[in-house]
Write a protein that binds this ligand. Structure first.
Ligand code: HEC
Ligand code: HEC
Length: 200
């Protein structure tokens, strides 16, 4: 009887702290299944996809080990390679040329203190992926760097994501504002992170 009572109290406490956690972090979790709008989720992802496929994002999410460049996403000049940690190899470390800030002038390297590719064991490839493929990949913890929904939502404010809206001179920005992107990103995730059908 005593043990039962302890278990009951423990159960209530766990239940409560879990509920508190969800309330506190409500902005960062998926809605309960009954409240999800799968159509809104899919529509939002289609907008998100137009940003992911934009060269400011795609150029750092290549299928090969060499980053891409420019509006036509051609292979990076002088072929710097990803390396194990994504930060380049030997004399071709990304940070040797990519400074903390954009370097001034056309065809100068864009800058950010974190400038690098995803690592060799977690390439996070966007290049060549269809919208349904990418939607599934982004929420697959074995392919997204083990990110939870909360961490994915937070990633919208990642310094390299924001770098997309701070391009080097003469390069275009993604097709919507960062704020709009963030709203579509969160709508997609909160409503169940549904992948659109291939034909949609
Ligand atoms: C300078 C290179 C660079 C640029 C530019 C860049 N990314 Fe990334 N991105 C990375 C790296 C490196 C990681 C892995 C970091 C991590 O896991 O925290 C990453 C991870 C991600 C992830 C999480 C991983 C996943 O597959 O779920 C998303 C989402 C993402 N980037 C979106 C974008 C978007 C959107 C843009 C453009 C607005 C962008 N990135 C621009 C380098 C870049
Ligand atoms: C030897 C110098 C050098 C090294 C090393 C280097 N880059 Fe670059 N990178 C540049 C220059 C210069 C540009 C701009 C080229 C242009 O616009 O014509 C550039 C452009 C880029 C772009 C295109 C940006 C855009 O928005 O289109 C990406 C992505 C990129 N570099 C990633 C990397 C990564 C990741 C590494 C390390 C693995 C790296 N670079 C290493 C010099 C370098």
């Amino acid at each position: 009887m005593g043990i039962l009572f302890v278990l009951l109290i423990a159960g209530i406490t766990i239940g409560m702290s879990r509920a508190d956690f969800i309330n506190e972090d409500a902005a960062y979790v998926m809605l309960p299944k009954q409240q999800q709008d799968s159509l809104a989720s899919k529509e939002a992802f289609k907008k998100v996809y137009t940003v992911l496929m934009h060269p400011r994002c795609l150029n750092c999410h290549p299928k090969g080990d060499i980053p891409l460049q420019g509006e036509d996403s051609h292979l990076h000049g002088m072929s710097p390679r990803r390396g194990k940690d994504g930060k380049g190899m030997f004399a071709m470390k990304c940070a040797n040329c990519h400074q903390n800030e954009n370097s001034p002038g056309k065809h100068a390297p864009p800058g950010n203190p974190e400038w690098h590719l995803p690592p060799a064991d977690m390439k996070m490839v966007f290049e060549g992926k269809s919208a349904p493929e990418l939607a599934k990949q982004l929420t697959d913890r074995s392919k997204n760097g083990n990110k939870s929904i909360k961490e994915l939502i937070e990633h919208a404010d990642d310094t390299l994501v924001k770098a997309g809206w701070h391009p080097a001179e003469g390069l275009s920005k993604p097709p919507m504002s960062h704020q709009e992107f963030k709203e579509f990103w969160i709508t997609w995730l909160k409503n169940g992170a549904y992948a659109p059908e291939a034909s949609e």
